[in-house]
Design a binder for this molecule. Structure first.
Ligand code: ZN
Length: 300
């Protein structure tokens, strides 16, 4: 009688060494699963640094910094991943911090983000290292890529705040100022925007801007056609988006600070937002970077 072999799948954490190429669709973890990396095969890297819920005792609470929890942004990033898989059959690269911001800030320099604790520093490096691994994989496959760092804000104006590393008031400058290469170099779209400086003002708040596209899809945004100059308060882009779109990365990108209601408050909201984001990002990347996301028609 043939003996049945029972193969038990163990939930083991998979380590990824820096030199290794990640396997698309596979999930990798940093130390103690505090940081998670879903490897992909699309030219898009998404990270969520402030949606962590875990509170491991071994990592001390930080004394100084900002501790606001970006509620449900981890879940929102996972919904975006699911939508990409549904529409393309492929994953983007997704990097998630699973530990509370009280203990680690993966969108600050290491000194503030890990507050000098060696174990926290290891997880901070895991997070940043996975983004770099993802970017290298994208560059090897496509030669260029796009990055979004995903957050949540609690500002009164319920609107997506898109951060390009420009100060709020700068969006009100004359187009001739916005189109200067010195100005473009301060921003997170410089990788492709420098090729056509005259188009930069429109890229920030014209009809083809990411904000205008999301607005058309039902998500008020700024800067955009509807609100070309952000109000106050406004988040203009932090450590991650600046670092991972710097010259030499081959990446452009932006930071999304999302409001809660209708975007990340419920499973239905997250799915609706994910649907719009994937659709609009495909349009944007094709038009601005010549990157084609292989979207299948929407299932009815
Ligand atoms: Zn945040």
């Amino acid at each position: 009688m043939p003996r049945l072999l029972c193969v038990c799948l163990l939930a083991v954490s998979v380590a990824l060494r820096a030199a290794e190429t990640p396997d698309p669709g596979k999930t990798y973890f940093g130390r103690k699963q505090y940081v998670e990396y879903i490897a992909g095969s699309l030219p898009f890297v998404l990270s969520a640094p402030h949606g962590g819920r875990d509170k491991p005792d071994e990592l001390p609470d930080r004394e100084k910094g900002t501790f606001a929890f970006d509620t449900n942004t981890q879940e929102l990033a996972r919904a975006i991943d699911d939508e990409f898989v549904a529409r393309t059959g492929q994953h983007p690269h997704v990097v998630l911090c699973r530990v509370t911001r009280r203990k680690i800030d993966c969108n600050r320099e290491i000194a503030e983000g890990a507050a000098g604790n060696p174990l926290t520093e290891q997880s901070w490096k895991d997070f940043q290292g996975f983004i770099q691994t993802a970017q290298k994989a994208v560059i090897a496959q496509y030669g260029k890529g796009f990055y979004i760092d995903l957050h949540g804000h609690g500002h009164a104006d319920a609107r997506l705040e898109l951060g390009y590393a420009h100060d709020r008031q700068e969006f009100g400058l004359a187009d001739t100022e916005l189109a200067k290469p010195e100005f473009i170099k301060k921003g997170t779209l410089q990788f492709f925007a420098l090729k056509n400086p005259a188009a930069y003002p429109a890229l920030l708040h014209g009809p083809q801007s990411f904000g205008a596209l999301m607005e058309k899809a039902g998500f008020p945004s700024t800067p955009s056609l509807g609100k070309p100059v952000p109000g106050e308060p406004y988040f203009n882009g932090g450590y991650n988006v600046r670092t991972h779109t710097a010259p030499g990365t081959g990446f452009a990108g932006l930071q999304i600070e999302s409001h809660s209601k209708g975007v990340r408050d419920t499973d239905a909201s997250r799915r609706k937002f994910a649907t719009a984001l994937v659709e609009q990002l495909a349009t944007y990347l094709d038009a601005q970077m010549g990157l084609k996301l292989p979207l299948k028609p929407k299932a009815k």
